[in-house]
Design a protein around this ligand. Structure first.
Ligand SMILES: NC(=O)c1ccc[n+]([C@@H]2O[C@H](COP(=O)([O-])OP(=O)(O)OC[C@H]3O[C@@H](n4cnc5c(N)ncnc54)[C@H](O)[C@@H]3O)[C@@H](O)[C@H]2O)c1
Length: 304
């Protein structure tokens, strides 16, 4: 089953920069109506303005995805503007680096609030809306190759993205089960079953604003203490790695929309990474101690 984009409604979180903005531009080029959400209202307004200037139908809804109530309000705003939601990108994400034991409670709350609870709220709020519409719909959760590997000095980010991987694989199974039951009923009632799918996006390093994620940290989750040596080193390493990324955010958007059209689940934008993913899986299967992915190939350092 394929997915038609023209005239359909896309909701995108983290839409004011990087991948989110590239998804919005790609969606606009395909004739989609856009509901853009971001915690940065200024950058969000500029993004919406630029899309409208290009002829797109778009609204901006300032949203902190870590807030259950704000994600619920986002869904209401989307339905009020366009009546339906066909495509959801749970994409907003942030990171904090350094040795695990040096990370603060605020670091954990902030990164898990956005990367894990943001995706959880999106799935919880939008999936029932999509199922009730009884039309083709799709959810894309942005994880990372950091959800498939465990590179050192980025433990909170890794753990949050591993959570997104497992959450999204489970969502896939849950949707299959729920819709098999629905199709059986629909066959009896001679109506079409629902067609809600999902994909897991796992990019490696790509030049975006991710290395400057601190700009989006709320004041009440800032750290009082100065960054440690491992945190400073991790920040510099991230800056370098992100800037050296070969693919652009537009490339990632193109690959992702192709995967949605084909209803493909795993979207791995840098396939060179798969050898290292395989090695991790073999470590587990053979009960070997974990291999440090950063000690391997240059492309493995693409764990962004
Ligand atoms: N760029 C990479 O190398 C890379 C690689 C793998 C995965 N990712 C993931 O891609 C996603 C998008 O990141 P990006 O690289 O485009 O970075 P980015 O910093 O350019 O964009 C992220 C956007 O999310 C917004 N945001 C931050 N906190 C938010 C919140 N609480 N609620 C709503 N919006 C919020 C920011 O304001 C920003 O506009 C993230 O989930 C990130 O972890 C990025």
């Amino acid at each position: 089953m394929t997915f038609e984009f023209a005239g359909k409604v896309a909701v995108i979180t983290g839409a004011a920069s990087g991948f989110g903005r590239a998804f919005a531009q790609k969606g606009a080029s395909l004739g989609m109506k856009l509901v853009l959400a971001d915690v940065n209202p200024g950058a969000l307004a500029q993004t919406v303005e630029a899309l409208r200037a290009g002829g797109a139908e778009a609204i901006g809804v300032p949203t902190d995805v870590a807030s259950a109530a704000q994600v619920e309000a986002l869904a209401q705003a989307a339905l009020a503007a366009y009546g339906k939601v066909h495509l959801l990108f749970n994409n907003a994400g942030v990171g904090a680096g350094g040795f695990l034991w040096e990370s603060s409670a605020n670091d954990w709350s902030w990164v898990f609030g956005v990367n894990v609870m943001g995706v959880a709220h999106g799935v919880r709020v939008f999936t029932p809306i999509m199922l009730a519409q009884n039309e083709p719909a799709h959810i894309v959760n942005t994880a990372s190759v950091a959800g498939l590997l465990s590179p050192p000095a980025m433990g909170i980010y890794n753990a949050s993205k591993h959570a997104v991987v497992s959450l999204t694989e489970t969502l896939y199974h849950d949707l299959q089960l729920a819709q098999a039951a629905q199709s059986a009923q629909a066959a009896q009632a001679e109506t079409a079953g629902a067609q809600v799918g999902c994909s897991l996006l796992c990019p490696a390093f790509v030049p975006t604003g991710i290395a400057d994620a601190e700009r989006a940290r709320p004041a009440d989750l800032r750290n009082d203490s100065r960054p440690t040596r491992s945190q400073i080193a991790a920040g510099k390493q991230l800056q370098r790695a992100v800037q050296s990324g070969k693919l652009s955010a537009d490339d990632v958007a193109g690959i992702t929309f192709e995967a949605i059209a084909a209803r493909r689940f795993y979207v791995v934008t840098h396939p060179g990474i798969m050898a290292t993913v395989k090695l991790r899986h073999e470590d587990i299967e053979q009960l070997r101690n974990p291999t440090d992915p950063m000690s391997l190939k240059p492309e493995v350092k693409g764990a962004g």
